[in-house]
Design a protein around this ligand. Structure first.
Ligand SMILES: [Zn+2]
Length: 340
């Protein structure tokens, strides 16, 4: 046995315990790939807490014990470590724990979504998937893990069991194990039900560069790609079954005749501009509210007061802004009969 490598394994075990992302009894196991060889060093002790150097074993990536004493109960989980090394040549460390919050998700067979920024920072923007259940150490369990692994995502939940993390180094693996546990704990403790995301570029660039300008159109395309990323990540994590997406926007430059000198339907124009002559049909019911500022009566009054303070000669401003100055308040009064 290489003493330095044994020390690294026990040190990693101790740091997993110190990280707190572990069950009270310290159950779990850690392995390190032996650089340049087809083998790994593996913790064969019953707990990672105070794991002894003498209980570290050397195992071939084909699963055969090469040195040390490997009890059957620990031997059963060797295959999920060797499978990760075999499938991903860059992986240098595999760790498995029953960290309580993440294991709660594993038992519920629910993926952990990317609802904390740290998950995205550590390669888990798609969340943590769940591997189908198979009896501990069985071929079925290994096949389930392999099927669940998302390329580039360094962790999976093991249904009705725990967590498996595989990364370049022990430091990164420990970090990911901790972040996965934190993300699971956050949702269990806080139970947030709404996530609000604001894509402001289409509006900002419409005002700064003009409606239908190429920067604004690019901003719309970019926002569309961002939305696709979110939808895909939600689907990959399995959360789409329980998620309602509500997409809203402001008036979208929809002022009759204002935006491009004729049409009153800028959203349709945007679709034509971006997608060709046949804008993608909207499959969901769409409710359009012409005057968002009127949604709250108090806000509406404040909105009008602000407009009345704006400078004269609106024709020198961006076309839509000018149109809003000229037409907005007057049209509103005419249509609603308001005297405010
Ligand atoms: Zn386990």
């Amino acid at each position: 046995m290489d003493k330095d490598l044994v020390d690294r394994v026990t040190d990693t075990a101790q740091r997993v315990v110190a990280s707190g992302a572990i069950s009270a009894n310290g159950h779990g196991n850690v392995s390190l790939r032996v650089p340049g060889a087809d083998e790994m060093y593996f913790t064969a002790g019953p707990s990672l807490r105070n794991h002894r150097a003498e209980a570290v074993v050397r195992v071939g990536l084909d699963g055969t014990l090469r040195e040390g004493d490997l009890p059957p109960i620990q031997g059963a989980v060797v295959a999920m470590h060797t499978a990760m090394y075999a499938d991903q040549p860059e992986v240098g460390c595999v760790l498995h724990t029953h960290s309580p919050y993440a294991t709660a998700y594993a038992v519920a067979r629910r993926p952990i979504g990317c609802w904390v920024e740290a998950l995205a920072m550590f390669g888990l923007a798609a969340g943590v998937p769940v591997a189908d259940y198979g009896p501990r150490g069985s071929q079925e369990a290994i096949a389930g893990i392999r099927a669940a692994v998302i390329p580039g995502v360094p962790a999976v939940l093991l249904a009705n069991h725990g967590v498996l993390v595989f990364h370049l180094s022990p430091e990164l693996a420990i970090m990911v194990g901790g972040v996965v546990e934190e993300a699971a704990q956050y949702l269990v403790d806080k139970r947030p039900q709404i996530e609000f995301i604001h894509f402001s570029d289409p509006d900002d660039l419409g005002h700064s560069d003009g409606w239908m300008s190429s920067p604004q159109l690019e901003a719309v395309r970019h926002t569309d790609r961002c939305l696709r990323t979110l939808l895909d990540a939600t689907a990959a994590s399995g959360l789409d079954r329980d998620t309602l997406f509500i997409i809203s926007a402001d008036h979208g430059g929809q002022v009759r005749g204002a935006a491009t000198g004729g049409s009153d339907d800028l959203p349709r124009q945007l679709g034509t501009e971006l997608l060709g002559e046949r804008p993608a049909p909207l499959r969901l019911p769409v409710m359009r509210v012409q005057r968002p500022a009127a949604a709250l009566p108090g806000r509406d009054r404040e909105f009008r007061r602000q407009r009345q303070r704006r400078p004269a000669h609106p024709r020198k401003q961006a076309p839509l802004e000018a149109a809003e100055h000229q037409r907005g308040p007057r049209r509103r009064r005419r249509r609603t009969g308001s005297t405010a």
